[in-house]
Write a protein that binds this ligand. Structure first.
Ligand code: GUN
Length: 313
C-alpha cells in the first residue's frame, strides 16, 4: 500500500487560520504584533524565503518591516541595527535571515537578538529553555515537523525516532522536541556507522541532511513515518532520471524549468513508508506558519498574556 501523504500545505493553512483569529483578538485589545526581517545582500534563495515571510504577515494581519543592509555590511553595523530593533516597542519579533556574508560574525549577531524577540529560536537562551522544557521560542522548522506529526495523529510517546542531521537549526532542536514528547531519540550524522541499519529502527524518521534523495528504501522500516526536511534543487538531467524516471508530471515541469526541487528522501520510499511528507508541500509551508505563530507568541509573552500551544486548542 503506498504511503499516506502528509499534506503540509493544508496543515500550515489550518495553523494560519488559527493565528489570524488570534491576531484579530489581539487587535481588539489594541495590539498588533510586529516582525522585523533583516535580509543582508541579494542571496536569491534568501530573497524568496523573505518574500514568503513578509507576504504571510500581510495575510495574517501582522505588521512587518524588511531591513536590507548591503552585502558589505560589517558586524558592528549589524549589531547596532539589531540593538535598535531590540529597543523598539512596536517590534515583537526579529529575524536575521541566514546565511550572512563571511565577514560578519553570525554567532555574535544571533547572540545580540533579544531572546524575547528571537522568533527563530536560535539564541542560546531559547536553546536552553527548549532543552530544559521551559517556555520559550522554538525554531520554526522543527516546530513545524512536530505540528505535522501531532495533527496527523502519528503516535510519538515511546516510539523510536531517528533524526538524520545535527544542525543547530533543524536536527538538534527536532531531536530535543521529540525527546520532550517522550520518543526514544537517536541522532545520526555523517560519521554514523551503518546509517541504513540505524535508520531502519525508526518508527519516525526525520531526514535533515541536505543531500538530494539520500534516504533510499533500505533506510526505512515498512510502515514508518518519514518526514523530509530537505530542499535540494537538481538541474542535472541524469540525476533527474535517477529519481523521477516515469513521472510524467515531473518530467514536463523539469523540461520547462530546467530544475526541480527534491528532498533528502528518494521517491521510492513512498512504496514502503506508512506516511510521508512530500517535497515541495511538506515541511516547507510549516516553517512560515510557525514563524507567524512565534511572532504572536513573542508579542503575547512580552506583554504577559497567556500563550496557547498550537496543537492544544
Ligand atoms: N535560512 C534558512 N533557513 C532559515 C531559518 O529558518 N531562519 C533564518 N533566519 N534563516 C534561514
Amino acid at each position: 500500500m503506498p504511503a499516506t501523504i502528509l499534506d503540509g500545505t493544508k496543515i500550515a493553512q489550518e495553523i494560519r487560520v488559527e493565528i489570524a483569529a488570534e491576531v484579530r483578538d489581539l487587535a481588539a485589545e489594541g495590539l498588533r504584533p510586529g516582525l522585523a526581517v533583516v535580509l543582508v545582500g541579494h542571496n536569491p534563495a534568501s530573497e524568496i524565503y523573505v518574500r514568503g515571510k513578509v507576504k504571510a504577515c500581510e495575510e495574517i494581519g501582522i505588521s512587518s518591516e524588511k531591513l536590507d543592509p548591503p552585502e558589505s555590511v560589517t558586524t558592528a553595523e549589524l549589531l547596532s541595527l539589531v540593538e535598535h530593533l531590540n529597543r523598539r516597542d512596536d517590534i515583537d519579533g526579529i529575524l536575521v535571515q541566514l546565511p550572512l556574508p563571511p565577514q560578519v560574525d553570525a554567532k555574535k549577531v544571533l547572540l545580540t537578538v533579544d531572546p524575547a524577540k528571537d522568533v527563530d529560536g536560535f539564541h542560546p537562551m531559547n536553546v536552553g529553555f527548549l532543552s530544559t522544557q521551559r517556555p520559550g521560542l522554538v525554531p520554526c522548522t522543527p516546530a513545524g515537523v512536530m505540528e505535522i506529526l501531532k495533527r496527523s495523529n502519528i503516535p510519538i510517546v515511546g516510539r523510536e525516532a531517528v533524526v538524520v542531521g545535527r544542525s543547530d537549526i533543524v536536527g538538534k532542536p527536532a531531536a530535543m522536541l521529540l525527546l520532550n514528547a517522550n520518543a526514544t531519540v537517536t541522532v545520526c550524522h555523517s560519521r554514523t556507522h551503518d546509517l541504513p541499519t540505524v535508520c531502519r529502527r525508526a518508527d519516525i524518521l526525520i531526514a535533515a541532511i541536505g543531500r538530494a534523495g539520500m534516504i533510499t528504501r533500505e533506510f526505512v522500516k515498512q510502515g514508518a513515518t518519514v518526514v523530509d526536511v530537505g530542499m535540494n534543487t537538481i538541474t542535472d538531467p541524469r540525476e533527474f532520471q535517477r529519481f523521477f524516471a516515469g513521472n510524467a508530471k515531473r518530467e514536463e515541469a523539469f523540461r520547462k524549468k530546467g530544475s526541480t526541487l527534491i528532498g533528502d528522501v528518494h521517491p521510492e520510499v513512498a512504496d514502503i513508508a506508512g506516511a510521508i511528507t512530500p517535497v515541495p508541500g511538506g515541511v516547507g509551508p510549516l516553517t512560515i506558519a510557525m514563524l507567524m505563530f512565534n511572532t504572536v507568541k513573542a508579542a503575547k509573552m512580552r506583554r504577559g498574556s497567556n500563550v496557547r500551544e498550537p496543537s492544544r486548542r
